[in-house]
Structure formats: structure tokens, C-alpha cells
Design a protein around this ligand. Structure first.
Ligand SMILES: O=C1O[C@H](COP(=O)(O)O)[C@@H](O)[C@H](O)[C@H]1O
Length: 241
């Protein structure tokens, strides 16, 4: 099993664990610590969570954390435009694995509305997010092996707008040509503006993707994750098993 640490830019922190479960525990502790510290100085604290397969163990570990959950805002990094009963729904995963037990009282802000398309739902979802205190306190990103993060896909026609650095918009609709489902995602500026940004990845394939992304840091059009591989990022990695 390879467990090397890639050569990271200055100010990028690296954590690794022996298994995905250990990694999830370590990361949940770190997120809870940040949220508790924030709650000492602010009435509420926020965490934005990714979808896909990687974060499920994290959700389960996070739900075990002792936190004043009533004062926590849970946001999605991105969502596939499917009904919450669909197995690909990222919000359904958060509901099933995180918003349980003590964490059930957290305030959840799904990036979904029961309308035909993300374009039709964008206004209502955006309005919901306006009630949050910005910037977000913690954003936990995932990464696909095509270099996408959130739903910022390399080949999406909306990518340039969603990646605009000083785009005042927090959300973008994304229609990745390779995927059947349209998406809604936090924009680069909403993610990059967060107080804490974490990348959560597992397995040698993701490590290889990360190493590739680090070779051409400015070329985010091919691998949007590159825009976030910068000082202040905390990367949590473990082998896949
Ligand atoms: O489609 C998505 O993929 C990425 C990575 O997912 P994973 O299954 O490889 O963990 C995820 O970060 C993103 O939120 C999700 O919508």
C-alpha cells in the first residue's frame, strides 16, 4: 500500500490515517473543534458538506460529536437535481447519516427544491442560503478522479462563470455533459471564502489525481480542484480500506 505524502504548496496541511474509519473520526473531531470554537464567539456556526461515497463515514462520525447542534447550520457543497428519494441524492445522505440523534436538531439548508430543474430552483435555494452568516465556517470538499470538486466539472459549459474569483454569487447551476443529472453547486468564491477549507479523499487513485493536479496549479479549467490547492487548505487522506 502506498502512503507517500505529495509535495504540497506552502501552507497546505496534510493528515493521513490508516483506514477510512480512522480518517472520518479524525476529521469529525477537527470539524467539531472548529465549530465549537466558532460558537464561543458567534451565535451560530456553519459547515458545508460534499456528496458522493467518501463522506458517509464522516457523517456517521460527526453525528457522534458533542456539539450544540441547535446552533449549527448544515449546508451542502453541491447537489444532483434528483428527488430526495433517489439513491443519488446528496441531501438524502446527509439526512440519513448525519441528521440523526443529537444532530437531528441542526438547521439543514438543502440545495434542492421540488421543481423541474436547478435553474427553476436556484432563486429559492439562494434565498434560503441568504439567512446564513457568511462566510461559511467550514467547507469539506471531495474530489473526483477527473479533477472535479463540488460540482465544478472540467467540461461543464457553466464552469468559467462558476469559477470566477470575484463572482458575488454563491451558487451556480452546472450541466456536466458526461453526467445525466444537472447539478447545483457552491461557486469557487463561496468555497474559497470559507474560514476553513478541507479536502477529504481516500485511496491511491485519489492520491494520484491529487499529485497530477499539483503539477499545473493554475490550470483549473482542466482540473477545477486546482483552484483550492492553496495555502490554508487541510487535506485528509487515507487508503481506501
Ligand atoms: O459527484 C460528486 O463527486 C465528488 C466525489 O465523490 P466520491 O464518490 O468520489 O467521494 C463529491 O465530492 C461531490 O460532492 C459529488 O457530488
Amino acid at each position: 500500500m502506498k502512503m507517500f505524502k505529495p509535495l504540497l504548496p506552502d501552507g497546505v496541511f496534510w493528515y493521513r490515517a490508516a483506514t477510512p474509519a480512522d480518517l472520518a473520526r479524525k476529521l469529525a473531531e477537527q470539524i467539531a473543534l472548529i465549530l465549537r470554537q466558532r460558537l464561543e464567539v458567534a451565535p451560530r456556526a456553519s459547515v458545508a458538506l460534499s456528496g458522493g461515497s467518501t463522506p458517509i463515514l464522516l457523517f456517521k462520525a460527526l453525528t457522534q460529536q458533542v456539539l450544540d447542534w441547535q446552533r449549527i447550520d448544515v449546508v451542502q457543497v453541491d447537489e444532483r437535481w434528483v428527488d430526495p428519494s433517489h439513491p443519488d441524492s446528496n441531501s438524502a445522505q446527509i439526512r440519513a447519516h448525519l441528521l440523526q440523534g443529537g444532530a437531528a436538531v441542526a438547521r439543514f439548508h438543502p440545495l434542492y427544491e421540488n421543481v423541474a430543474s436547478p435553474s427553476a430552483g436556484l432563486g429559492a435555494v439562494g434565498q434560503r442560503l441568504e439567512s446564513l452568516n457568511w462566510p461559511l465556517d467550514v467547507v469539506v470538499l471531495g474530489m473526483g478522479n477527473d479533477g472535479h470538486t463540488a460540482s465544478l466539472f472540467p467540461d461543464a459549459p457553466e464552469l468559467v462563470t462558476a469559477m470566477a474569483e470575484h463572482n458575488g454569487r454563491k451558487l451556480a447551476v452546472i450541466t456536466p455533459p458526461q453526467h445525466a443529472q444537472a447539478r447545483i453547486t457552491l461557486t469557487r468564491s463561496a468555497i474559497a471564502g470559507a474560514r476553513n477549507c478541507i479536502l477529504h479523499i481516500q485511496g491511491d487513485d485519489k492520491l494520484a489525481t491529487l499529485s497530477k493536479a499539483l503539477t499545473e496549479p493554475d490550470n483549473w479549467a482542466q482540473m477545477p480542484i486546482r483552484a483550492f490547492l492553496r495555502s490554508g487548505l487541510h487535506i485528509f487522506w487515507s487508503p481506501a480500506k
